[in-house]
Design a protein around this ligand. Structure first.
Ligand SMILES: Nc1ncnc2c1ncn2[C@@H]1O[C@H](COP(=O)(O)OP(=O)(O)OP(=O)(O)O)[C@@H](O)[C@H]1O
Ligand SMILES: [Mg+2]
Length: 269
């Protein structure tokens, strides 16, 4: 189980540059106690956005990095055997409900279908978590918020959610930021200069225009930042982009060759 706890109100506010009206939508959804689904490709800022919003709303954030083995019990809790005694241990979702925290089911795409059963009553008007093993039902406090992330391109447990539940959620479409903003983000996150960041964003946008059939995903903001960070360490732009953008994207040598040529037209060796 992979649960990360952040004191949302502690420390510095995570840097997040809004790219559309996502901050307003998040705040409105929170105030109205509506669950939220963030849709968007990998590396476009979903996790960072939630961390930022938790901090700015002063709420604890409990993130669950979902993976294929996650079950409802992993989220809700289970009896564990310690020193000959069985003790109930809350799972991250239960902790979030008890604390009135934001529960972020990150990459819920990976979770198993039985987790939807626990999400249903929490995500609709009941705002209730049924803990079957305890014979208990918890009513979520007003500050509790369920946020799930979702890559519409992948198989997802969200597709198994009933429309009646999905339609009680509020969606935010997150894409790669417009060029001027992405340049600013790359500069801020890596410390490279504007000229360097501009070249990387131009390259990324060229790759993003490629035919979808040749690449299942395109270069994300995250891989641009990784490239910029390698450049900060003295790698040439081309070498950095090959390592951080090209190789993670594909194993197909023909496609890699084509991408290498695009990189060569945008970046210096
Ligand atoms: N609007 C933004 N403001 C600030 N940083 C951003 C923004 N968008 C992306 N980033 C940067 O991109 C990185 C990747 O973003 P993040 O981890 O939030 O992606 P994600 O959408 O959660 O991806 P995944 O679906 O793979 O989990 C962040 O660590 C951050 O450096
Ligand atoms: Mg994420």
């Amino acid at each position: 189980m992979n649960a990360i706890h952040h004191g949302g109100a502690l420390g510095e506010r995570p840097y997040y540059l809004p790219t559309a009206n996502e901050v307003e939508v998040f705040r409105a959804a929170y105030k109205q106690r509506l669950p939220l689904m963030l849709k968007g490709p990998t590396g476009c800022g979903k996790t960072r956005f939630v961390e930022h919003m938790a901090h700015s709303l002063g709420l604890p954030l409990i993130s669950v990095a979902c993976h294929e083995d996650i079950t409802a019990a992993d989220l809700v809790g289970r009896y564990l055997l310690t020193g000959g005694e069985t003790v109930w241990v809350d799972g991250p979702l239960t902790r979030a409900v008890r604390q009135g925290a934001i529960c972020y089911l990150d990459e819920i795409v990976e979770a198993r279908a039985d987790t939807t059963v626990v999400i249903h009553p929490l995500a609709d008007h009941r705002r209730e978590l049924n803990i079957e093993r305890l014979g208990e039902s918890l009513r979520a406090p007003d500050s509790f918020m369920l946020v799930v992330s979702y890559n519409p391109g992948y198989q997802s447990v969200l597709k198994d959610l009933k429309q009646s539940t999905r339609q009680r959620m509020v969606g935010i479409e997150m894409g790669y930021p417009p060029a001027a903003k992405e340049i600013e983000i790359v500069m801020q996150e890596s410390g490279i200069d504007q000229a360097g960041a501009t070249d990387l964003v131009r390259l990324a946008n060229a790759i993003r225009k490629l035919d979808a059939s040749s690449l299942p995903e395109v270069s994300s903001t995250r891989t641009l930042i990784s490239t910029a960070r390698l450049m900060k360490e003295g790698l040439s732009p081309r070498a950095a982009a090959t390592a951080a953008m090209l190789l993670p994207l594909t194993d197909d040598s023909e496609i890699a060759h084509g991408l290498g040529e695009i990189i060569a037209t945008y970046l210096q060796d």
